[in-house]
Design a protein around this ligand. Structure first.
Ligand code: ATP
Ligand code: MG
Length: 308
């Protein structure tokens, strides 16, 4: 099977508003797929449609090679674990008691599995602390434990690392990677923070305003991120005009009065530009080859700032 999850022209309308527009996602088995988008982009809505929590308006979803229709749901859902919004734990019970109840509801989980799930997320099995007294990070962990308890093949996790401290993020990342690499699980994870997705995901889908505006491997996205030469000079705007006239360089950005970024790196050698600028009485203090960070790129394509 080439894709474990595939959406085909997936569209969702709420009354008159179309919030998901013709989305075609491709999730390969045994990989971590990051769904990235700003608040309100449509990440939760897509995941809810995958889980049958909200109706699909148009298009379809294929899970495990089967179309997600009423006849297949009973076969498909036991193979998925998920966290979507608040899981509805009982505040006046402990974490262990909560998981036991959820496992009984599923009817498939043994006591050992509750224990193991708690161990994986780093929560104690024997603990008197009530859920209502849990910190945000502990609540997140319990949610993940609940999602993995029945050993599903596919995990759909909506913002599972929201609210975790940096060490918590690393721990969760490591165990999700382990689930994926050692046990062949497939994971779809959403976030609005690119640096989280960047570290954890193999592939990435960027959702903006209901559209899938980019789908690629994280590695490709990194490679694609533009290289540029940064010039620190005495007058960046005059320098930009000069190099445009002289060398026909058109892709550049005047960052401030001293910084000029030239994106066409293969037209002329840097030393020739340097000499030319100095001949024209522009001091060159620094030249450096740089890559834009993925964060800049994400901001650029989602309209965060500085749209080209
Ligand atoms: N039940 C609903 N009725 C009407 N509109 C809705 C409903 N649920 C979501 N929306 C709208 O759909 C759009 C996408 O929302 P969604 O919750 O999927 O975004 P998100 O990417 O998960 O955002 P966040 O990062 O804030 O969680 C938003 O404009 C939202 O207002
Ligand atoms: Mg959401």
């Amino acid at each position: 099977m080439e894709y474990l999850v595939k959406t085909n022209g997936l569209t969702k309308k709420y009354e008159t508003q179309t919030v998901i527009k013709n989305v075609n996602l491709h999730v390969k088995p045994g990989t971590i797929y990051g769904l990235l988008g700003r608040n309100g982009a449509g990440k939760t809505t897509i995941m809810k449609m995958m889980l049958g929590l909200t109706k699909i308006t148009e298009g379809s979803i294929t899970l495990f090679g089967k179309s997600l229709c009423d006849g297949n749901k009973r076969k498909i859902y036991p193979r998925i674990g998920s966290i979507i919004e608040a899981p509805g734990f009982y505040p006046n019970l402990t974490g262990t008691e909560n998981l036991k109840i959820f496992s009984m509801l599923r009817g498939t989980v043994s006591r050992d599995e509750v224990k193991k799930a708690l161990e994986i997320v780093g929560l104690p099995y024997k603990d008197k602390k009530l859920y209502s007294n849990y910190s945000l990070g502990m609540k997140q962990r319990l949610g993940i434990a609940n999602a993995i308890m029945h050993d599903p093949e596919l995990l759909i996790l909506d913002e599972p690392i929201n609210g975790l401290d940096p060490i918590g993020i690393v721990e969760i990342r490591e165990f999700l990677e382990k689930l994926c690499k050692e046990r062949g699980k497939t994971i779809i994870i959403s976030s609005h923070i690119l640096s989280e997705i960047d570290l954890i995901a193999d592939d990435i889908g960027i959702i903006n305003n209901g559209y899938l505006i980019e789908e690629s491997s994280v590695q490709k996205l990194r490679d694609k991120n533009q290289k540029y030469i940064l010039f620190r000079v005495s007058d960046s705007s005059r320098a930009s005009m000069l190099i445009e006239q002289k060398f026909g360089i058109k892709q550049y950005k005047v960052e401030d009065e001293a910084i000029l970024k030239v994106y066409q790196t293969n037209i002329v050698e840097t030393n020739i530009i340097n000499r030319f600028l100095m001949e024209n009485e522009i001091d060159v203090f620094e030249t450096r080859i740089c890559n834009d960070s993925l964060e800049d790129y994400f901001k650029k394509i989602t309209g965060g700032e500085g749209i080209a």
